[in-house]
Write a protein that binds this ligand. Structure first.
Ligand code: PLP
Length: 496
């Protein structure tokens, strides 16, 4: 299949889209059409295990890979998840379900895509690259960084540099990144927020001079952020899989609609749900849940996207984002797939930090999307109440989703069965989760873990427990203006 650029870049094959990460003009690659999973295919998939389902879906987009290749990558990637299950669906009360996406190596949903992306990229290098090394450049709000580091560490022919907001991630997220071993990994804190990191990385990607300099040094850039098609595609799989699991468990009949509630930052995860719907999964509502950085809530309730507002730090740091990159892909659909429309809107965003879309068109053509947001108090009470009522421990990101879902239910009374997407282990955010449950502020991260464990009787994931004895290796923190310079310093020091 061909992939086209949202801003008009020439079409490329899937492997090339994955290798490049972003189109040369700064646009994002999208599939030239949405393949349809018909009823027979869905019925066949009912019996498949997760890696088989993954290969079956990915083959439509990546016909420049063989299905056997895709199956092998999925097998290897998903063997790294607890019980080999990357997306188990837990029944909460017969009407709502939690899809747990955090049983991978770094305990956040980013693992589902970032365990398989290195295989897809390595194969694409063999198919398409001219011998240059791949330089993976990542801006992270906390979870992508570690998942990308785990995925790409010691992958041949690859260097990876992760930029994270030094004061904008949880202590455990930071420690996870700083302790990563591997001869090709580099982790750099910046004095700035996630939007600063993401903007600078995007600028490096699209700066011809910078790309030329890298080329001379033998590198071609790629991205492990959700702007990369190779991040989104594996995320489509779990929405299809959740639907099939509910059919398999006789919670719904094939053809019934379900809702998804998705805690959202960069709009990647919920966009994958939308793509699953376009492929034929019956969806009622896609509830876009934001924390107080609620630009998307405003967008879906008014048609105005406006980043001119204070950036707020919250207990769901992976959603502390004002410029949601993947919304560009939805705008592409809203503008009837016309690059001129996307270019116009994106230049307004650049110039004014805001834009308007045709709100009637948005609500008529995309009635599935509903935006809700949760304050910090809402998030804390969701954690507390959900544990009290369902004996189920939420992380703060998932709690934002739960709060949004209850707001939606209060407003609509919608009886449709609903899957809440759970994106991280509560232990990654032990301090805030413990505080939400008990009101007590335990400043020491590892004591917070212990107390959370004692209070709830839930299991401490091994990936967290072992951090206690790991030494931070990557402690560099730089000014946000120095990201490009630091990148070249790192690469030069590799050459020596
Ligand atoms: C990245 C992340 C999100 C937001 O996902 P997007 O695809 O950026 O919308 C939500 N929760 C957690 C735990 C995350 O790591």
């Amino acid at each position: 299949m061909e992939f086209i650029g949202t801003r008009g870049a020439s079409p490329v094959y899937g492997g090339v889209a994955i290798l490049k990460g972003i189109a040369p003009d700064g646009g994002l690659y999208v599939p030239s059409f949405f393949p349809k999973l018909d009823r027979e295919e869905l019925e066949n998939m009912l019996w498949m295990d997760y890696p088989e389902r993954a290969a079956c879906i990915m083959k439509y987009f990546l016909d420049d890979y063989t299905e056997a290749e895709l199956k092998e990558y999925a097998d290897r990637a998903y063997a790294r998840f607890k019980d080999g299950e990357p997306a188990p669906v837990i029944d909460i009360d017969g009407d709502s379900f939690v899809m747990e996406l955090f049983h991978g190596p770094t305990l956040a949903f980013k693992d589902v895509a970032l365990t398989i992306l290195p295989y897809l990229m390595t194969a694409a290098r063999k198919k398409y690259a001219g011998g240059e090394k791949t330089l993976i450049l990542v801006a992270t709000s906390g979870d992508t960084g570690k998942a990308a580091l785990e995925g790409f560490k010691d992958v041949e022919g690859t260097e990876i540099i992760v930029f994270y907001p030094s004061e904008g991630v949880s202590e455990l997220q930071k420690l996870q990144m700083q302790t990563t071993t591997g001869s090709n990994v580099h982790v750099v804190g910046i004095k700035g927020n996630f939007d600063d990191a993401q903007t600078a990385v995007k600028r490096i990607f699209t700066d011809p001079e910078c790309n030329e300099k890298l080329k001379e040094m033998g590198y071609a850039l790629s991205s492990a952020n959700s702007i990369n098609w190779g991040r989104l595609m594996p995320q489509i799989v779990y929405y299809v899989s959740a639907y099939l699991d509910l059919v398999g468990a006789e919670e719904i009949d094939m053809g019934d609609k379900i809702n998804f509630v998705v805690p959202t930052g960069n709009f990647g995860n919920v966009l994958a749900a939308y793509y699953a719907m376009r492929m034929g999964i019956p969806v009622g509502k896609l509830i876009v849940a934001s924390n107080v950085n609620n630009v998307l809530t405003d967008f879906f309730t008014t048609g105005k996207y406006d980043v001119n507002r204070p950036f707020r730090k919250t207990m769901s740091p992976s959603m502390d984002i004002l410029v949601s990159s993947n919304l560009e892909r939805l705008l592409f659909e809203l503008g009837d797939r016309k690059p001129e429309y996307v270019n116009k809107v994106m230049s307004e965003l650049n110039r004014f930090g805001m834009y308007y879309v045709d709100f009637d068109k948005l609500t008529e053509e995309f009635p599935e999307f509903q935006g809700y947001s949760a304050t910090e108090e809402d998030t804390a009470s969701a954690i507390d109440n959900f544990f009290e009522t369902h004996d189920y421990l939420l992380d703060p990101h998932t709690a934002v989703a739960v709060s949004a879902y209850y707001d939606y239910l209060t407003e609509t009374g919608d009886p449709t069965k609903t899957v809440i997407v759970s994106t991280a282990s509560p232990y990654k955010f032990a301090h805030d989760v413990f505080m939400s449950l008990t009101g007590s502020d335990e400043p020491d991260a590892f004591r917070a873990i212990k107390r959370l464990h004692n209070f709830t009787g839930t299991e401490v994931p091994e990936a967290i427990a072992k951090l206690r004895y790991a030494e931070p290796i990557h402690t560099l923190v730089i000014d946000k203006e120095d990201m490009e310079k630091t990148l070249f310093d790192i690469l030069r020091s590799k050459d020596e």
